[in-house]
Design a protein around this ligand. Structure first.
Ligand SMILES: Cc1cc2nc3c(=O)[nH]c(=O)nc-3n(C[C@H](O)[C@H](O)[C@H](O)COP(=O)(O)OP(=O)(O)OC[C@H]3O[C@@H](n4cnc5c(N)ncnc54)[C@H](O)[C@@H]3O)c2cc1C
Length: 406
């Protein structure tokens, strides 16, 4: 598998260099490389960072680039042998995480479109009683593997059990939360069942023509949205962060089928020695209905106190831009955005945040956005429902004062 530069044909024009998103192409003098004399002085070199994306190929007018990619390996079973939409039901300490209900809502839509069943897969211990909740949130079936080893997260054991189930039941689609648990073991499952995985999707649809899962996610630092398909392998696997989709109202009348799988589950090689809950006294932005978020416009760590005061009055969580986190003004626990948390509160108050795309992807689906910024042209105002042009050190305390009734 390689990108080959046909040196006789390369004119050293350098146009392909601009097309390479990874800076993997360079120009070098032919005589330096000991190449035979040519009327062209330079030639293109490919370095090890090339990931064979092929973006450079169409730019070469001289047929001087050749990409050898292996044919896609045939799946173990034909793709149409795979049926059903699966959602991995994430639990922590026997409590089902919100992201699982959100995925059941999206999974329900996908299953209806594909005229297939929606299955929740629950790995845990003594959680049988929670199957009814999963039916109420849209599952047609629940596959439960109950074992003491599965009570807490064990990456090896979870990957073993989940991939065994995938091989047995052959689902068409597998969705899981883009959480620390999902991100740890779901890629291992994808490798074991020989399929692809799209991480941190922000959109999932079924292509009505090909019936493929269209998996949309930010790419190239959030500057473009890429839609990824997995045409040759099954299942089509995707992770989605918390709050990207909305959960539906539960219907307590809905009934479903519980399948209890009995397995010999072996504990993995690693063991959790201690669990330390970070910021136990603070509201987690990923769960909050109201967020007061601060950026570099705060000017320093001390002004976060203004946000905590306002948040206290509103019963809100405090969020932050990466700018503020990287400056060391607040911990990454609070970071909202592409490399932080995706949030979807009822109210998001952005204070001194410019509105970079990497921040917007994490919060722009909030119901109501209020932005406070002293620059009237700040991009955050493009997504804001209410724009307050002003100095946050005056505006935020004024808001707190009103809420306190002072
Ligand atoms: C791969 C990658 C991933 C990233 N992931 C994230 C992410 O997850 N989350 C994230 O937030 N960023 C992320 N970033 C960084 C992002 O590109 C921006 O650099 C960052 O969001 C800027 O933070 P900021 O808005 O706080 O700072 P700035 O861009 O510096 O904006 C500060 C704003 O404050 C305003 N201001 C200044 N003083 C005041 C005042 N007194 N009152 C009111 N307004 C004032 C200014 O007008 C300005 O608009 C990522 C970048 C990359 C490359």
């Amino acid at each position: 598998m390689s990108l080959e530069i046909i040196q006789d044909k390369c004119t050293g024009c350098g146009i392909c260099l601009k097309a390479c998103p990874f800076g993997s192409l360079t120009l070098e003098m032919r005589d330096k490389l000991g190449l035979p004399p040519s009327k062209f002085k330079r030639v293109v070199l490919v370095d090890v960072s090339c990931n064979l994306c092929g973006a450079c190929l169409p730019t070469c007018k001289f047929d001087a680039m050749k990409l050898d990619k292996p044919e896609a390996t045939a799946p173990a079973s034909p793709t149409d042998a795979f049926k059903g939409i699966w959602v991995y039901i994430e639990q922590r300490g026997g409590h089902i995480e919100g992201v699982s209900f959100e995925l059941l809502a999206k999974g329900r839509d996908l299953a209806d479109q594909r005229k297939t069943e929606l299955v929740g897969v629950l790995l845990g211990h003594e959680m049988k009683g929670q199957a009814d909740t999963l039916f109420a949130y849209g599952a047609d079936k629940v596959i439960l593997v109950d074992h003491p080893v599965l009570a807490g997260f064990d990456s090896d054991a979870y990957a073993d059990v989940f991939s065994t189930l995938v091989k047995k039941y052959k689902p068409e689609v597998v969705l899981a939360g883009g959480t620390s648990i999902g991100r740890t073991f779901i890629p291992r499952v994808a490798i074991r069942v020989n399929t692809g995985l799209t991480a941190d999707c922000t959109g999932l649809e079924i292509d009505p023509k090909e019936n493929l899962l269209l998996q949309t996610r930010p790419a190239f630092g959030g500057n473009i949205m890429a839609t990824i398909i997995c045409p040759n392998h099954r299942p089509q696997m995707a992770t989605v962060r918390h709050k990207v989709f909305k959960k539906r109202e539960p219907d307590a009348q809905r009934k479903g089928t519980l399948i209890e799988e009995v397995m010999d589950v072996k504990a993995g090689r690693s063991k959790a020695i201690e669990v330390i809950r970070e910021m136990a006294n603070e509201i987690n932005v990923a769960e909050a209905d109201i967020i007061v978020s601060g950026g570099r416009g705060l000017g320093g760590p001390d002004n976060f106190k203004l946000l905590f005061d306002l948040a206290k009055e509103l019963g809100a969580a405090v969020g932050a831009s990466r700018g503020a986190v990287d400056a060391g003004w607040i911990s990454s626990f609070h970071q909202v955005g592409q490399t932080g948390k995706t949030v979807c509160p009822k109210l998001y108050i952005a204070c001194g945040i410019s509105g970079a795309i990497q921040h917007l992807v994490g919060m722009s689906s909030s119901d109501t956005i209020v932005a406070i910024n002293k620059d009237p042209h700040a991009p955050i105002f493009d997504v804001a429902d209410y724009a307050i042009v002003g100095d946050l050190t005056e505006v935020v305390p004024a808001m707190t004062k009103v809420l306190k009734g002072e």
